[in-house]
Design a protein around this ligand. Structure first.
Ligand SMILES: [Ca+2]
Ligand SMILES: [Ca+2]
Length: 237
């Protein structure tokens, strides 16, 4: 049964406040890219490892890791090397009701999230990168990045299976305002191995890239004022 929240005024002042409440209630994230690496293929075209191989500690984060996570594939034995994976064609930001006017007004925020790990303490690491593009597909500013060398190196280790120093999983995220003029974004994974070993072992799981409308400051002010002016009761039906 569908649940619906009903706001009941018990005092005057609702006429002013109704708009603020509905605006905040309508603010909803639009998912541009979501990848949990559970399928036989994924949008980045990477290979995967099974958690059951115990190359890492269990992924106890939320959302959970499921059965698989991404790996970087083969690198060059004895030297530092990088594999780059792209989610493909630039993602159109004008989706889910988001307009160019809203972006250019600075009222659309982004949130980039992913979970990271690595193989033991080899020093391999993955970075998730988003580059915003204008209508002509030219880059706007620098890419935004999460994960990476320092973040992965700081993840704790523990014992599992045959390993005493398996890496734990950690979530990294970044939020900000979508740059004015942005119309597209490209999403890439940079996976780097250090000189040791052959496989590139920066691991990632549960990538999530969303944009959503930023509540207008006036609405927040009205909401705060409303708390002192009226009492509201909610009931479900
Ligand atoms: Ca997964
Ligand atoms: Ca490696």
């Amino acid at each position: 049964m569908r649940k619906r929240s009903v706001i009941t005024p018990v005092c005057s002042g609702l006429a002013i406040l109704a708009g603020s409440f509905s605006f905040i209630g309508d603010a909803q994230a639009v998912t541009l890219l979501s990848e949990n690496f559970e399928g036989a293929v994924n949008v980045f075209g990477t290979g995967t490892y099974n958690y059951s191989a115990n190359y890492t500690l269990p992924n106890l984060l939320t959302p959970g890791g499921g059965l698989q996570y991404m790996k970087g594939g083969p690198g060059i034995n004895g030297s530092v090397s990088t594999n780059i994976f792209s989610s493909g064609a630039p993602i159109n930001l004008l989706t889910g009701g988001i307009t160019g006017g809203e972006i250019d007004g600075g009222t659309i925020s982004y949130n980039l999230y992913a979970q990271f790990s690595s193989y033991l303490v080899q020093g391999d690491y993955a970075t998730l990168s988003v580059q915003f593009l204008d209508a002509a597909s030219s880059p706007i500013g620098s890419s935004i990045r999460i994960g990476g060398d320092a973040f992965t190196a700081a993840l704790p280790t523990g014992a599992i299976g045959n390993y005493t120093n398996a890496k734990d999983w950690g979530a990294d995220s970044l939020a900000g305002i979508v740059p004015l003029g942005a119309r597209f974004a490209t999403v890439q994974i940079f996976d780097v191995k250090t000189a040791g070993g052959t496989a590139i072992d920066g691991y990632m799981d549960n990538i999530n890239f969303t944009i959503n409308a930023v509540p207008e400051p006036t609405s927040v002010v009205l909401l705060a004022l409303g708390g002192g002016l009226v009492a509201l009761a909610r009931r479900r039906r």
